[in-house]
Design a protein around this ligand. Sequence first.
Ligand SMILES: Cc1cc2nc3c(=O)[nH]c(=O)nc-3n(C[C@H](O)[C@H](O)[C@H](O)COP(=O)(O)O)c2cc1C
Length: 432
Amino acid sequence: MDLDRIRAVCWDWNGTLLDDTEICRQVMNSVLEEHALPVLADGHAYRSVFRFPIRDFYGAVGLGDDLFVPAATSYLELLAARVGEAQLHADARSTLCALQAYGLRQVLASATLPQALARQMEPHDLGAVFEQVLSIDDPYRASKHEVIGAWLAASGLAANEVLVIGDTNHDREIAHDLGAVFLHFDGGHQAWSGDTPRIEALGSWSTCWLRSACASVPSRSTEPRCRLPSHGIVGCMAARQTPSSSEFREWLRAQPALTGTAPRLDLTDLPDDPVPMFLEWIRTAAAGGVPEPHTATLATVDGAGVPDSRTLILKDADSRGWAFAGTRSSGKAAHIGAHPVAALNFWWQPHRRAVRIRGRVEEVSPAESEADLAARSAAARDGIAPGDWVLWRILAERVEFWQGAPDRNHTRIVYERRGGEWSRTVTGTTLV
Ligand SMILES: Cc1cc2nc3c(=O)[nH]c(=O)nc-3n(C[C@H](O)[C@H](O)[C@H](O)COP(=O)(O)O)c2cc1C
């Protein structure tokens, strides 16, 4: 499925996000027992016979004709007492979060009356995920079809930019009538009938989908779509005050990794020295729209051997080493004073490229440090006393260039300096 075209997902609630099928089967069995009819022995029996219009379902289990109205009344009363027991499907929350983080609009559409729907949704705290919750306010005159149609008309979206995910043929018919794309979630009320695209688990489907969508982002895009904004976790996980650790793990598993497209890498033409290669990679990252490619993580160790790391800006890279700067009163200055070593790590997305550099650290001449301070903006110079600004250089002993591949056959090019000479080792065979 082409995610590039899809801008919004319209979710069905009962059976698709809310795992209430077994509760509904048990409630229906109570009604069948009241009428001395054979019960639906298991989920398979229930899902095979469930259908729309709902009157047909009742007819199929023996509750047709005159029995329909009293049986349906009894069913709804019994169900109202039990539906609060239903949990979300595994991966439902993390799927909603991942799609939200990707930037898709999401709405929920249900044929349940607003108050009843609100009661069903309340324990699951999903309000921040949906731009609208669409429900019917008149069970005799409105249908889910109409409320989705009204939302679509006002949404500014073309019908084929909307993906409807539901668990019944009724959802499919609505999607097709409106001209939207449809996916049958085959873990809900109605068994898949074999003539629509199907998903069996929300989490693995969305992970796959997002991964392939991100992989198709052109590497030279100035606005990479795969920069998953933090509102994925803020809007979803944080809205729920105390997400359980399993929900958090689920959410983490659903986050796409190694998305994007790696630039072409010619392993037959590598330089003998890591500096030109670093300069080429950082320029490629900048040209490909990687935000702030000169930002890196610097790791140091204190006098007791305790490590620490922080984000900073690269100031220079040439045959003398990789330069960074900070104040003499900073933690890193104390660490370097105790142990003059450091490691620097860059991660460039969506290029799937990382570079790490490590080696001895030297403080450069006072004149160079002063020149770096002078080159900063007035605001950045403010409050820094003369002599307090230091430029350091990592005299690299090892530089690793890492390029990730979706098949996990990552390429690793390692330069090591011994006796003033660089040696090079290449592992991973992906030539991209
Ligand atoms: C994007 C970004 C760029 C930064 N650039 C620098 C920098 O160039 N130099 C610096 O000393 N701190 C920089 N900082 C602040 C450091 O992350 C850190 O807070 C500070 O250096 C103090 O850490 P330390 O006490 O471990 O040395 C930057 C932070 C961010 C988020």
